[in-house]
Design a protein around this ligand. Structure first.
Ligand SMILES: O=C(CO)COP(=O)(O)O
Length: 242
């Protein structure tokens, strides 16, 4: 059985005060969420220790948005797996398109980060997805296969989540049709050796489209940006109706 995993990616939003305010509203809305749904908040580094304390004993797990491949070293501005694990972080987003686009992330560095995450006990959420230009050129499948192949060399598929995030659907309100997301996610699964890897959809997931997305047989969850910032909208998403 594949696990359902709903993760919020807060990106570069929320001071500690704002993170606490979010929890006050959000935690009240989880009572009816079926137990088998994994709920993760991927927060900025400065929020993680505080969130860890406040989420202790709750069902909400903590994720980071990046991890370096070395245990320690002269890497100004980076963060290591042991630093994250020590404060209770369990997941980490790796290879998000914003990191690839603005911070020079490549399939090779994605691969290094995935292996490091696993080495230090974190479950990585690997993001893959095409640009509008690549989609229009009919290159979606080959691009995703290449991203997967290069990212997954030496990676343990027992401790992995994948998120299909078409770049043209991120932050645009332009969601990928649920059926098309389902098709691509099926193709991603066909390239994996472990058929139990949860595969999420990400890109303009909202309270208004989550039910249709989660109704798709191949889609195991969502990676949610903007709509994870408000307690009401993210709680509606984790409370999706089947
Ligand atoms: O990038 C995303 C999640 O990682 C998606 O962002 P939006 O939900 O804001 O489109």
């Amino acid at each position: 059985m594949r696990k359902v995993v709903i993760a919020g990616n807060w990106k570069m939003y929320k001071t500690q005060a704002q993170a606490l305010e979010f929890l006050q509203g959000f935690m009240l809305e989880l009572d009816n969420v079926p137990e088998e749904r994994e709920i993760i908040l991927c927060a900025p580094f400065t929020d993680l220790a505080l969130l860890s304390k406040n989420l202790h004993g709750s069902r909400v797990q903590l994720g980071a948005q990046n991890v370096h491949w070395e245990e320690a070293g002269a890497y100004t501005g980076e963060i290591s797996g042991p630093m994250l694990a020590e404060i209770g972080v369990r997941y980490v987003v790796v290879g998000h398109s914003e990191r690839r686009q603005y911070f020079g992330e490549t399939d090779q560095t994605v691969n290094l980060r995935l292996k490091a995450a696993q080495k230090y006990g974190l479950t990585p959420i690997l993001c893959v997805g095409e640009t509008k230009q690549q989609r229009d050129a009919g290159e979606t499948e080959i691009l995703i296969y290449t991203q997967l192949e290069k990212a997954l060399v030496g990676v343990d598929q027992e401790k992995l989540i994948i998120a299909y995030e078409p770049i043209w659907a991120i932050g645009t309100g332009d969601t990928c049709e649920a059926k098309e997301a389902n098709r691509i996610i099926g193709l991603i699964r066909s390239r994996l050796s472990n058929q139990n890897v949860p595969i999420q959809y990400g890109g303009s997931v909202k309270p208004t489209n989550i039910d249709e997305i989660m109704a798709q047989p191949e889609i195991d969850g969502a990676l949610v940006g903007g709509a994870s910032l408000e307690p009401q909208s993210f709680s509606r998403i984790v409370n999706y109706q089947v």
